[in-house]
Design a binder for this molecule. Structure first.
Ligand SMILES: Cc1cc2nc3c(=O)[nH]c(=O)nc-3n(C[C@H](O)[C@H](O)[C@H](O)COP(=O)(O)OP(=O)(O)OC[C@H]3O[C@@H](n4cnc5c(N)ncnc54)[C@H](O)[C@@H]3O)c2cc1C
Length: 356
């Protein structure tokens, strides 16, 4: 009997999970193929709800779904391990403890935060790109209210009650909306006058939510900010962060112990070091089949992909991750079954932003 063909999916995010489900459908009755999904976590994170956990609206457990539960009854074996190397010649993935052989590999490791080398960001700003990040912000924000409640020095109290979110994209806007809501119940809980709380959204360009073309929608968001008491600083590039606050390009200094960086993302750090063709923000360039340009048996999907067609570049959103995961899975299936590969088609239903 010939050995089974091994498909390995690296990453159990939106792209990896969708690919696993699609591959199960293709190969559920085919004993000559085995499918393994490896993620460093035991769970799939609902990334789109991280800000709700960070802002105290959603309980942390609500945004984690056990990967083994997702694939129960499906032909996908889930392995928990953190991969730190790929040998494309030997067709092996490596972790600290072992190696995993593959015949076909799908890399879907997502994004990492990008500080663009701005002084002090890596050391002093919070990021919002994982479950752990969300928990850190959640606990820190509450701690600031608790400390402010017993702080008698006016300047220090003001610093504790100042919160800044950098970036007027979806992540920044959604995070700031949650803080705008959280301040009400945290002020009440710690006996603080909510007028003492300052929340900034800092945006380097003249406009927030640049992906939204309709100016009326931007006005709506800005009006919502006013209602929530959020101060929007536009044309305000942050040039330096310290343990005590940050400095803007025009020299304005703002004192805070809470700086949340939501101003940029790039390819997942590990994927960025694999030596694959790099496009914008280090994302891996793929062809219309979501296939690596260098290795015929390697596919990529989701946020770690750079792909562009007549509909524009693949955006870093859930629908794009799921669709590209599906395309990659179908094309791995096509290679194994020796059928024709399918070109990727982008098709989105629009954007949704929640502001508190
Ligand atoms: C706060 C926030 C709000 C958002 N809101 C929205 C929204 O409203 N709508 C929307 O469409 N998009 C939103 N997004 C973007 C969306 O979450 C991403 O586009 C999506 O998660 C990308 O899916 P992915 O599968 O490519 O990566 P991810 O979902 O990030 O999954 C990557 C997986 O790879 C695993 N992994 C990474 N490296 C390794 C390794 N070396 N070894 C093992 N496992 C590894 C990780 O543990 C993770 O499970 C938001 C993102 C954030 C952070």
């Amino acid at each position: 009997m010939s050995e089974k063909k091994k498909i390995v999916i690296l990453g159990g995010g939106y792209a990896g999970v969708k690919a696993g489900k699609s591959l199960h459908k293709i190969f559920k009755n085919d004993d000559s193929v085995e499918i393994t999904l490896i993620d460093r976590k035991t769970y799939h994170t609902l990334m789109t709800e991280l800000h709700e956990v960070a802002g105290h609206r959603t309980e942390p457990d609500a945004i984690r779904i056990d990967l083994r539960t997702i694939f129960k009854g499906r032909k996908v074996k889930v392995v928990t391990d953190s991969i730190n190397g790929v040998d494309f010649e030997k067709r092996e993935l490596k972790s600290d403890n072992r190696t995993y052989a593959y015949d076909y590999l799908l890399i879907a490791c997502g994004s990492d935060s990008n500080s663009f080398g701005i002084e002090g960001i890596d050391e002093h700003a919070f990021t919002l790109w994982s479950y752990e990040d969300a928990i850190k912000i959640r606990e820190h924000v509450e701690n600031m209210f608790a400390l402010a409640a017993i702080e008698e020095n006016e300047e220090k109290r003001k610093q504790l009650l100042t919160f800044a979110v950098v970036g007027g994209g979806f992540t920044g806007v959604e995070m700031v909306g949650e803080l705008g809501e959280a301040k009400n119940h945290l002020s009440e809980k710690y006996g603080i006058d909510k007028k003492e709380v300052t929340i900034y959204n800092i945006e380097a360009t003249p406009r927030i939510l640049n992906t939204l073309k309709d100016e009326k929608q931007i006005t709506k968001v800005e009006n919502r900010y006013k209602k929530l008491g959020v101060e929007l600083l536009k044309n305000a590039a942050l040039v330096k962060a310290t343990a005590d606050g940050f400095v803007l390009k025009d020299g304005t200094e703002i004192k805070t112990k809470t700086l949340i960086w939501g101003a940029g993302i790039k390819v997942n750090n590990f994927v960025g070091k694999l030596g694959l063709d790099a496009g914008r923000a280090g994302r891996v360039v793929v062809n219309e089949f979501m296939q690596s340009l260098q290795h015929e048996n390697v596919f990529l999907a989701g946020d770690n992909v750079h792909y562009e067609d007549q509909d524009g570049p693949l955006p870093q959103i859930v629908e794009a991750a799921e669709q590209s995961g599906h395309t990659a899975a179908e094309n791995i299936g096509a290679l194994i079954n020796k059928t024709e590969m399918h070109k990727h088609k982008q098709n989105y239903h629009g954007f949704m932003v929640s502001i508190g």
